[in-house]
Design a protein around this ligand. Structure first.
Ligand code: PRT
Ligand code: ZN
Length: 304
């Protein structure tokens, strides 16, 4: 890649996200909740940032680590599985790994797992010794086999890994699983997770040394605010002072509350940010413990 040409864009931040696929909509939603907006180009590969000098490049997810390594993009949103596979590939040929995970983003969750035919009586990883395992993630599979001190053949495929055992290409597979329906449809069962994956924000290992540092900081602060309140609600209620310890015991996922006394009484009015789900059941439990006037309020933005 021509890094000299890229030097001309250093006053703007460029983020690579998946053009179309599982991560593209949630990645866009997260970035727009963080206050970014764009003007889309006609070919929809490049979106020019309007509210901030932060542009989007829409690409295949597998290209994202390379684009960051080459300095074409500054940040990216990609599955941890893809990031680690590329890191393993670079490390395998003695190249440096100039990118790393900056944040986990809480969507695109799945597991990179070993799966075997349903008929196997699975007793542990040692059973894989001498077997052929088909995967599109050879670097992570080899690293895991090495860690487990298992000698097995890694069969590298580009896709449709789940049919490899039926075609006689492999004895087992190592692939991404979310609901498990694809494995079941192919008479396979997951037996061993080798990576818990989700979408992550990837960025360079070295900090930026120009205006992009401030832009990246601003974006991270906003993203942290969005991620923090994603499932959070503001809870308002009143309780008698002596009922408070019991009520607060039921709120282990809440921030320390702000409290004030209701004039001339032993009652306190409280507000607190709760990070877990605020179900009817929880509200009824709180009421039984002495809280009243309970109100659950959605939180739109938060800046710590
Ligand atoms: O075109 P491009 O290369 O950009 O897209 P892609 O086809 O490589 O990626 P895409 O959109 O399928 O997935 C993008 C990312 O989503 C992956 O890298 C993972 O980080 C994440 N993700 C989350 C998943 C899944 N869940 C998932 N279930 N990626 C793939 N799958 C596959 C799984 O392997 C199975 O074959 O989806 C199928 C259905 O899964 P089950 O278990 O629900 O049946
Ligand atoms: Zn891909």
């Amino acid at each position: 890649m021509n890094t000299a040409a890229n030097a001309a864009v250093r006053d703007r931040l460029r983020i690579a996200i998946q053009k179309s696929g599982r991560l593209s909509e949630p990645a866009r939603a997260l970035l727009s909740s963080s206050g970014l907006s764009w003007r889309e180009s006609r070919d929809r590969l490049f979106c020019y940032g309007e509210s901030l000098p932060v542009d989007l490049l829409l690409v295949r997810d597998d290209d994202i680590p390379g684009l960051i390594a080459d300095g074409v993009c500054d940040l990216g949103v990609v599955g941890r599985n893809v990031l680690l596979e590329h890191a393993g590939e670079r490390a395998g040929v003695g190249a440096s790994v100039p990118f790393r995970e900056w944040r986990s983003l809480g969507f695109g969750g799945c597991k990179l797992s070993i799966a075997v035919p349903e008929g196997w009586d699975w007793r542990g990883a040692a059973q894989l010794a001498g077997k052929r395992i088909a995967t599109t993630y050879p670097n992570q599979l080899r690293a895991w086999l090495h860690e487990q001190q298992i000698a097995a053949d890694v069969v590298v495929l580009n896709g449709s890994v789940e049919i490899a055992p039926r075609l006689g290409q492999a004895d087992a597979i190592c692939d991404l699983v979310s609901s498990g329906a694809t494995l079941a449809a192919n008479q396979l069962k997951p037996v061993q997770v080798i990576l818990h994956s989700e979408a992550v924000l990837v960025g360079p290992t070295q900090p930026f040394d120009d205006v992009r540092a401030e832009l990246a900081d601003l974006l991270l602060r906003r993203m942290d605010g969005v991620l923090r309140i994603r499932d959070s609600k503001l809870l308002l209620f009143q309780a008698a002072r002596d009922a408070l310890p019991h009520v607060l015991q039921l709120l282990p996922d809440a921030e320390p509350p702000t409290m004030c006394a209701v004039d001339g009484t032993e009652t306190l009015a409280l507000q607190t940010l709760c990070h877990g789900a605020m179900t009817w059941q929880r509200l009824e439990d709180l009421k039984r413990a002495g809280a009243h006037g309970l109100m659950v309020v959605p939180v739109e933005r938060m800046l710590a």
